[in-house]
Design a protein around this ligand. Structure first.
Ligand code: AMP
Length: 274
Protein backbone atom coordinates (compact mmCIF):
# COMPACT_ATOMS: atom_id res chain seq x y z
CA UNK A 1 0.00 0.00 0.00
CA UNK A 2 1.25 3.47 -0.86
CA UNK A 3 0.47 6.25 1.61
CA UNK A 4 0.20 9.62 -0.14
CA UNK A 5 -0.05 12.91 1.71
CA UNK A 6 -0.10 15.52 -1.02
CA UNK A 7 -2.06 16.10 -4.20
CA UNK A 8 1.14 16.40 -6.23
CA UNK A 9 2.35 13.05 -4.93
CA UNK A 10 -1.02 11.48 -5.70
CA UNK A 11 -0.80 12.74 -9.29
CA UNK A 12 2.62 11.12 -9.68
CA UNK A 13 1.56 7.82 -8.15
CA UNK A 14 -1.65 7.55 -10.16
CA UNK A 15 -0.18 8.73 -13.49
CA UNK A 16 -0.46 6.22 -16.31
CA UNK A 17 -2.46 3.77 -14.24
CA UNK A 18 -4.16 1.73 -16.91
CA UNK A 19 -6.57 0.19 -14.46
CA UNK A 20 -10.05 0.65 -13.12
CA UNK A 21 -10.06 2.75 -9.96
CA UNK A 22 -12.47 2.25 -7.07
CA UNK A 23 -12.60 5.08 -4.56
CA UNK A 24 -13.76 5.11 -0.94
CA UNK A 25 -13.78 8.61 0.58
CA UNK A 26 -13.81 8.64 4.40
CA UNK A 27 -13.12 10.87 7.37
CA UNK A 28 -11.09 8.15 9.07
CA UNK A 29 -11.52 6.43 12.44
CA UNK A 30 -12.23 3.43 10.26
CA UNK A 31 -14.59 0.68 11.34
CA UNK A 32 -16.12 -2.36 9.65
CA UNK A 33 -18.65 -0.17 7.84
CA UNK A 34 -15.81 1.55 6.01
CA UNK A 35 -14.05 -1.78 5.50
CA UNK A 36 -17.16 -3.23 3.81
CA UNK A 37 -17.02 -0.42 1.23
CA UNK A 38 -13.31 -1.05 0.71
CA UNK A 39 -13.91 -4.77 0.24
CA UNK A 40 -16.58 -4.10 -2.36
CA UNK A 41 -14.21 -1.79 -4.17
CA UNK A 42 -11.30 -4.24 -4.16
CA UNK A 43 -13.60 -6.89 -5.64
CA UNK A 44 -14.90 -4.65 -8.41
CA UNK A 45 -11.78 -2.68 -9.40
CA UNK A 46 -8.09 -3.20 -10.21
CA UNK A 47 -7.00 -0.42 -7.84
CA UNK A 48 -8.65 0.83 -4.66
CA UNK A 49 -7.99 4.31 -3.36
CA UNK A 50 -9.16 5.30 0.13
CA UNK A 51 -9.04 8.90 1.25
CA UNK A 52 -9.01 10.09 4.84
CA UNK A 53 -9.90 13.73 5.13
CA UNK A 54 -11.87 15.34 7.94
CA UNK A 55 -13.52 17.97 5.81
CA UNK A 56 -13.86 21.27 7.68
CA UNK A 57 -16.50 22.74 5.36
CA UNK A 58 -19.14 20.15 6.19
CA UNK A 59 -19.04 20.85 9.91
CA UNK A 60 -21.09 23.73 11.22
CA UNK A 61 -19.95 26.01 13.98
CA UNK A 62 -20.36 24.26 17.30
CA UNK A 63 -20.16 20.78 15.76
CA UNK A 64 -17.45 18.25 16.60
CA UNK A 65 -14.85 19.12 13.89
CA UNK A 66 -11.95 19.60 16.29
CA UNK A 67 -12.80 16.62 18.45
CA UNK A 68 -13.84 14.34 15.57
CA UNK A 69 -11.98 11.05 16.24
CA UNK A 70 -8.63 10.83 14.48
CA UNK A 71 -6.79 7.47 14.56
CA UNK A 72 -4.26 7.62 11.78
CA UNK A 73 -1.95 4.77 12.87
CA UNK A 74 -4.82 2.32 13.33
CA UNK A 75 -6.41 3.47 10.05
CA UNK A 76 -3.20 2.84 8.10
CA UNK A 77 -3.08 -0.70 9.50
CA UNK A 78 -6.76 -1.33 8.70
CA UNK A 79 -6.25 -0.15 5.13
CA UNK A 80 -3.21 -2.36 4.73
CA UNK A 81 -5.13 -5.38 6.00
CA UNK A 82 -8.02 -4.57 3.66
CA UNK A 83 -5.61 -4.52 0.69
CA UNK A 84 -6.03 -0.86 -0.17
CA UNK A 85 -3.63 0.15 -2.94
CA UNK A 86 -3.37 3.88 -2.28
CA UNK A 87 -4.24 5.65 0.97
CA UNK A 88 -4.65 9.34 0.23
CA UNK A 89 -4.55 11.78 3.15
CA UNK A 90 -4.54 15.28 1.69
CA UNK A 91 -3.92 18.36 3.75
CA UNK A 92 -6.74 20.87 4.28
CA UNK A 93 -4.49 23.77 3.20
CA UNK A 94 -3.95 22.06 -0.11
CA UNK A 95 -7.57 21.01 -0.63
CA UNK A 96 -8.91 24.50 0.06
CA UNK A 97 -7.25 27.74 -0.91
CA UNK A 98 -7.43 30.50 1.71
CA UNK A 99 -10.87 32.05 2.10
CA UNK A 100 -12.23 29.85 -0.66
CA UNK A 101 -15.95 30.17 -1.11
CA UNK A 102 -18.07 27.11 -1.64
CA UNK A 103 -18.94 27.08 -5.32
CA UNK A 104 -21.01 23.92 -5.35
CA UNK A 105 -24.45 24.26 -3.87
CA UNK A 106 -26.55 21.23 -3.12
CA UNK A 107 -30.10 21.60 -4.44
CA UNK A 108 -32.03 23.37 -1.69
CA UNK A 109 -35.14 21.21 -1.90
CA UNK A 110 -33.09 18.11 -1.08
CA UNK A 111 -30.38 19.49 1.15
CA UNK A 112 -32.34 21.69 3.56
CA UNK A 113 -34.56 18.83 4.70
CA UNK A 114 -33.74 15.94 7.06
CA UNK A 115 -30.06 16.37 8.04
CA UNK A 116 -29.91 19.73 6.32
CA UNK A 117 -32.69 21.18 8.47
CA UNK A 118 -30.48 21.27 11.52
CA UNK A 119 -27.25 21.34 9.54
CA UNK A 120 -27.79 24.04 6.89
CA UNK A 121 -24.97 24.15 4.30
CA UNK A 122 -23.65 20.78 5.51
CA UNK A 123 -24.32 19.22 2.11
CA UNK A 124 -22.77 22.16 0.25
CA UNK A 125 -19.56 21.26 2.10
CA UNK A 126 -19.98 17.55 1.41
CA UNK A 127 -20.53 18.03 -2.32
CA UNK A 128 -17.67 20.51 -2.56
CA UNK A 129 -15.15 18.11 -1.07
CA UNK A 130 -16.48 15.05 -2.89
CA UNK A 131 -16.25 16.84 -6.23
CA UNK A 132 -12.70 17.97 -5.43
CA UNK A 133 -11.73 14.43 -4.43
CA UNK A 134 -13.38 12.99 -7.55
CA UNK A 135 -11.34 15.41 -9.68
CA UNK A 136 -8.13 14.44 -7.90
CA UNK A 137 -8.66 10.67 -7.84
CA UNK A 138 -10.58 10.29 -11.13
CA UNK A 139 -12.25 7.05 -10.07
CA UNK A 140 -14.36 4.76 -12.23
CA UNK A 141 -16.51 3.83 -9.24
CA UNK A 142 -17.03 5.49 -5.87
CA UNK A 143 -18.45 3.73 -2.83
CA UNK A 144 -20.72 5.34 -0.24
CA UNK A 145 -22.80 3.98 2.63
CA UNK A 146 -26.57 3.94 2.67
CA UNK A 147 -26.22 4.84 6.34
CA UNK A 148 -25.76 8.42 5.10
CA UNK A 149 -28.75 8.10 2.81
CA UNK A 150 -29.26 11.76 2.01
CA UNK A 151 -25.54 12.13 1.29
CA UNK A 152 -25.35 9.30 -1.23
CA UNK A 153 -28.55 10.46 -2.95
CA UNK A 154 -27.21 14.01 -3.29
CA UNK A 155 -23.87 12.74 -4.57
CA UNK A 156 -25.64 10.61 -7.18
CA UNK A 157 -27.64 13.61 -8.30
CA UNK A 158 -24.49 15.76 -8.55
CA UNK A 159 -22.75 13.08 -10.62
CA UNK A 160 -25.76 12.91 -12.92
CA UNK A 161 -26.27 16.63 -13.33
CA UNK A 162 -22.56 17.38 -13.92
CA UNK A 163 -22.21 14.40 -16.30
CA UNK A 164 -19.35 12.93 -14.28
CA UNK A 165 -18.23 9.61 -15.62
CA UNK A 166 -18.33 7.85 -12.26
CA UNK A 167 -20.54 5.05 -11.03
CA UNK A 168 -21.72 5.80 -7.50
CA UNK A 169 -22.29 2.56 -5.61
CA UNK A 170 -24.48 2.66 -2.50
CA UNK A 171 -23.61 0.01 0.08
CA UNK A 172 -25.61 -1.56 2.91
CA UNK A 173 -25.22 -0.38 6.49
CA UNK A 174 -23.00 -2.55 8.68
CA UNK A 175 -24.27 -3.02 12.23
CA UNK A 176 -23.17 -4.45 15.55
CA UNK A 177 -24.79 -7.79 16.42
CA UNK A 178 -27.37 -5.95 18.54
CA UNK A 179 -28.36 -3.70 15.63
CA UNK A 180 -26.45 -0.49 16.40
CA UNK A 181 -25.21 1.01 13.13
CA UNK A 182 -21.43 1.35 13.13
CA UNK A 183 -20.29 4.94 13.25
CA UNK A 184 -17.03 6.69 14.07
CA UNK A 185 -19.05 8.69 16.60
CA UNK A 186 -20.05 5.57 18.57
CA UNK A 187 -16.90 6.02 20.66
CA UNK A 188 -18.61 9.00 22.34
CA UNK A 189 -21.31 6.68 23.72
CA UNK A 190 -21.16 5.69 27.38
CA UNK A 191 -22.63 2.34 28.42
CA UNK A 192 -25.83 4.07 29.37
CA UNK A 193 -26.18 6.26 26.29
CA UNK A 194 -25.39 3.27 24.10
CA UNK A 195 -28.63 1.76 25.40
CA UNK A 196 -30.42 4.89 24.20
CA UNK A 197 -28.69 4.73 20.83
CA UNK A 198 -29.82 1.12 20.43
CA UNK A 199 -33.42 2.29 20.42
CA UNK A 200 -32.79 3.91 17.03
CA UNK A 201 -32.25 0.61 15.22
CA UNK A 202 -34.97 -1.00 17.35
CA UNK A 203 -37.48 1.60 16.14
CA UNK A 204 -36.46 1.02 12.53
CA UNK A 205 -36.76 -2.74 12.95
CA UNK A 206 -40.21 -2.33 14.45
CA UNK A 207 -41.26 -0.16 11.49
CA UNK A 208 -40.08 -2.79 9.03
CA UNK A 209 -42.07 -5.45 10.95
CA UNK A 210 -45.16 -3.26 10.71
CA UNK A 211 -44.58 -2.92 6.97
CA UNK A 212 -44.39 -6.69 6.69
CA UNK A 213 -47.85 -6.72 8.31
CA UNK A 214 -48.93 -4.46 5.47
CA UNK A 215 -49.13 -1.29 7.57
CA UNK A 216 -47.92 1.18 4.99
CA UNK A 217 -49.31 4.52 6.18
CA UNK A 218 -46.43 6.82 7.07
CA UNK A 219 -48.31 8.46 9.97
CA UNK A 220 -48.92 5.10 11.62
CA UNK A 221 -45.32 4.01 11.20
CA UNK A 222 -44.02 7.29 12.61
CA UNK A 223 -46.24 6.89 15.67
CA UNK A 224 -44.91 3.41 16.34
CA UNK A 225 -41.37 4.71 16.13
CA UNK A 226 -42.07 7.79 18.23
CA UNK A 227 -43.36 5.49 20.93
CA UNK A 228 -40.05 3.65 21.10
CA UNK A 229 -37.99 6.84 20.96
CA UNK A 230 -40.16 9.07 23.12
CA UNK A 231 -37.66 9.40 25.99
CA UNK A 232 -34.95 10.62 23.62
CA UNK A 233 -34.12 13.91 21.97
CA UNK A 234 -35.61 13.18 18.55
CA UNK A 235 -34.46 15.42 15.75
CA UNK A 236 -36.58 13.76 13.10
CA UNK A 237 -38.34 10.58 12.11
CA UNK A 238 -39.13 10.73 8.40
CA UNK A 239 -40.28 8.51 5.60
CA UNK A 240 -39.37 9.55 2.06
CA UNK A 241 -38.96 7.96 -1.33
CA UNK A 242 -35.49 7.29 -2.73
CA UNK A 243 -35.50 10.70 -4.33
CA UNK A 244 -36.10 12.23 -0.90
CA UNK A 245 -39.65 13.25 -1.72
CA UNK A 246 -42.25 13.28 1.04
CA UNK A 247 -44.67 10.34 0.82
CA UNK A 248 -47.78 9.31 2.72
CA UNK A 249 -47.67 5.62 2.03
CA UNK A 250 -44.68 3.28 1.87
CA UNK A 251 -43.85 2.09 -1.64
CA UNK A 252 -41.92 -1.15 -1.29
CA UNK A 253 -38.64 -0.88 -3.18
CA UNK A 254 -38.73 2.92 -3.19
CA UNK A 255 -38.81 4.07 0.43
CA UNK A 256 -36.34 5.12 3.11
CA UNK A 257 -37.21 5.49 6.79
CA UNK A 258 -34.80 7.79 8.58
CA UNK A 259 -34.14 8.74 12.18
CA UNK A 260 -31.87 11.32 13.78
CA UNK A 261 -31.41 11.54 17.54
CA UNK A 262 -29.20 13.74 19.65
CA UNK A 263 -27.47 12.03 22.56
CA UNK A 264 -25.31 14.14 24.84
CA UNK A 265 -24.96 16.77 22.15
CA UNK A 266 -23.93 14.37 19.39
CA UNK A 267 -26.20 13.45 16.48
CA UNK A 268 -26.74 9.80 15.58
CA UNK A 269 -28.47 8.91 12.33
CA UNK A 270 -29.72 5.64 10.95
CA UNK A 271 -32.20 4.45 8.33
CA UNK A 272 -33.61 1.49 6.52
CA UNK A 273 -34.25 1.19 2.81
CA UNK A 274 -37.55 -0.57 2.29
P1 AMP B 1 -17.39 8.84 7.14
O1 AMP B 1 -16.00 8.47 7.47
O2 AMP B 1 -18.30 8.86 8.32
O3 AMP B 1 -17.49 10.08 6.28
O4 AMP B 1 -17.94 7.66 6.24
C1 AMP B 1 -17.30 7.29 5.05
C2 AMP B 1 -18.22 6.38 4.27
O5 AMP B 1 -18.53 5.22 5.05
C3 AMP B 1 -19.56 7.06 3.94
O6 AMP B 1 -19.92 6.72 2.62
C4 AMP B 1 -20.50 6.44 4.95
O7 AMP B 1 -21.84 6.40 4.51
C5 AMP B 1 -19.93 5.04 5.08
N1 AMP B 1 -20.34 4.41 6.33
C6 AMP B 1 -20.31 4.97 7.57
N2 AMP B 1 -20.82 4.12 8.48
C7 AMP B 1 -21.20 3.01 7.80
C8 AMP B 1 -21.80 1.77 8.17
N3 AMP B 1 -22.12 1.49 9.42
N4 AMP B 1 -22.04 0.86 7.20
C9 AMP B 1 -21.72 1.12 5.89
N5 AMP B 1 -21.14 2.27 5.48
C10 AMP B 1 -20.88 3.20 6.42
Amino acid sequence: MIVVKSIEEFKKVSKNLNSSIGFVPTMGALHNGHISLIEKSTKENDITVVSIFVNPTQFLEGEDFSKYPRKIEADIKSCELAKVDILFMPNANEVYSKEEELTIKAPKSKSYILEGLSRPKHFDGVLQVVLKLFNMVKPDRAYFGRKDAQQVILIKSMVKSLFLNIEVVDCDTVREIDGLALSSRNIYLSKESREDALLISKSLKKASKEIMKNILEVDKLKLVMQNILKELNIDYIEVVDRDLNHIEKVKIGNTIILVAIKIEGVRYIDNIWV
